[in-house]
Design a protein around this ligand. Sequence first.
Ligand code: NAG
Ligand code: NAG
Ligand code: NAG
Length: 303
Amino acid sequence: GLSRDILCLFVCELFDVSVPLGVLAQENLPGDQFARGSSYIAASYVKYLEGAGARVVPIRINRTEEEYANIFNSINGLLLPGGDVDLQKSQFSRAARIFYRLALKANDGGDHFPIWGTCQGFQQLSVITAHKNLLTLTDTKAVALPLTLTPAALSSRVFRGFPKDLLQSLIEKNITSNFHSWSLSVQNFSRNAKLKRFYKVLSTNSDGKKEFISTMEAYRYPFYAVQWHPEKSSFEWIDKPGMIHSTAAVAVCFYTASFFVSEAMKNQHHFSSAAEEERALIYNFSPVYRGADAIFVQNYYFD
Ligand SMILES: *[C@@H]1O[C@H](CO)[C@@H](O)[C@H](O)[C@H]1NC(C)=O
Ligand SMILES: *[C@@H]1O[C@H](CO)[C@@H](O)[C@H](O)[C@H]1NC(C)=O
Ligand SMILES: *[C@@H]1O[C@H](CO)[C@@H](O)[C@H](O)[C@H]1NC(C)=O
């Protein structure tokens, strides 16, 4: 609300507070020869948020609800990254559900806590909100697409701050990287009352046969989801169709991350001390280089 924004104007600007954002780890990819331990975070998601002025707290899977509640009260927002885990049975999905519920409750009480889902994160949010998996297979692995913006997009929270020429590029040029086998079709979305009530559709795309939702934001919550990969344009280098490193694509990477960080600045969650924050930050871990042509060029691994 307005008063919170005004408070933040003073608190956030005057005291130059750190904005620690959580990124959720997930079970290692099967057969990952570089894996150390049982879970990972692709470093591109860390760089993505760091590039917009935030610091990152890795959130490990398989922790207690109590531990997650403590982390929730210490961070200013949560990013659910791409990947390849079971959206109903994995430890990733369990932690995502716990944070989603905490965020619903916080926001209902006027505590503005944002969640951003990218690719698998988008899909995970849809599964949690719908209480079931409504995804369908599409031919969208390694393809760059232009967004078909809905009329609601221009006044949406995500896009309204974008420079006009950048929105034009998003509409006209194939600059959004799609690396997914599963999609939320417009048909299934429209037939599901829970999803329809919860999310405003900002963009759609098609694989030539099925139309699917590519960007959405919740009506009443600061929850955002993109089926495409803004972070890949700046931070991944696999040599595949669908990878776009143009100036416009890199700008979209920055503007989406910067928007999310600005949302995170609207709450006052914080660690109990600077020392506790330092112990929680990603700087305590080192990324592993997986080769220039790996799907993720660097990963952080966790036990
Ligand atoms: C989760 O943690 C428990 C003990 O805390 C352990 O027994 C179990 O193997 C762990 N599961 C995974 C998937 O790491
Ligand atoms: C709709 O969802 C079901 C799962 O509930 C899935 O099997 C089906 O393929 C989906 N259909 C479309 C058109 O998305
Ligand atoms: C750009 O995306 C459109 C789909 O909107 C597709 O038909 C076209 O083939 C794509 N062009 C390139 C160069 O990938």
